[in-house]
Design a protein around this ligand. Structure first.
Ligand SMILES: [Zn+2]
Length: 95
């Protein structure tokens, strides 16, 4: 027997991922997925690309934290993160 747990009105039956910046766990629909493509980080806004990915909240602070701890580069196995990636991320979360 499985008992249904009432997790409140905000709960949706969606996959949960951990933000690599702040470590919060959220539904993937409220996060930005970042993947590695041709040695560079790319935003995967539609969550359609399979393979290795990192998740961040829609928050510039989380990206900063991920930069600081090098967790983004580590998870995606990248040597470096281009400077313009931050701009790309910030434009994406503004929408
Ligand atoms: Zn976060």
């Amino acid at each position: 027997m499985r008992r249904k747990v009432n997790l409140g009105p905000d709960f949706h039956d969606e996959p949960i991922r951990t933000c690599i910046g702040c470590g919060d766990r959220r539904s993937i629909n409220s996060m930005v997925r970042i993947i590695e493509k041709d040695g560079e980080p790319k935003l995967d806004l539609e969550n359609t690309t399979s393979g290795r990915g990192a998740y961040l909240c829609h928050d510039a602070t989380c990206l900063e934290q991920a930069f600081k701890t090098c967790s983004l580069a580590q998870i995606l196995c990248l040597a470096c993160i281009p400077d313009d990636f931050e701009t790309e991320f910030l434009n994406a979360i503004k929408q």
